[in-house]
Design a protein around this ligand. Sequence first.
Ligand code: URA
Length: 250
Amino acid sequence: MRLSKRQLSALETMGIPAWQERVPTDFPKAQDQVPTEQFVPVNEGVSETSVPEAETALPIQDTSTWDWSTLEAAVRDCQQCSLHVGRSQAVFGAGSQQADWMLIGEAPGEEEDKQGLPFVGRAGQLLDRMLAAIGLKREQVYIANIVKCRPPGNRDPKPEEAAACSAYLKRQIELVNPRVILVLGKVAAHHLLDTEEALGKLRGAPYLYADTGIPVIVTYHPAYLLRKPSEKRKSWEDLKLAVKLAGGNL
Ligand code: URA
């Protein structure tokens, strides 16, 4: 099947070489509903998690009644894990609170820690191009991270750090109530879906977030795509699936 001009231009925006125009595009039409049985409930079909218990158990606060300003103030002042020691500031999240799309990354990096905004470094620039490829601007989506404070040396967040932050992210998801959640990268996927499955196995099928009907799509982290541009083609397939689940059209 030939790609439309719009799809070709989307591929170009993401920096996918023109030869990939021959990639099969036999996706169902975007407006088609995905049958419920195609959803993989979180933790079903993936191996048992062995994420270790937090070494120092921290109280998970009940954030379920918090509004945006209460939530943001709590994150700004948060000292629930040791990441607060090294941060310049917490990176709460950004974008439209009414967004259809929620994007979830791993943790702020150096630039995000400086600016207080998610995905503003090089990976963020590629993320903007990925969004542009599906006709979205960053202001139209909501972007958050698993942990709100930069881990030292950009290491992966530890399980206890993710656990300490999880009630904040959960409330962000409840408040936005998006039509689709796009999870960026292995680390974010492992924490959000509570699995240790390889990213290559997690992508390509929709999951459901917790007890909600919100579909979750896993794709590669833009920082990984910068290192391995040949994987952008798979990421483009993930974006198309997410568009379909969000009820959109390409
Ligand atoms: N990588 C992430 O996972 N999140 C950011 O905000 C920036 C880089």
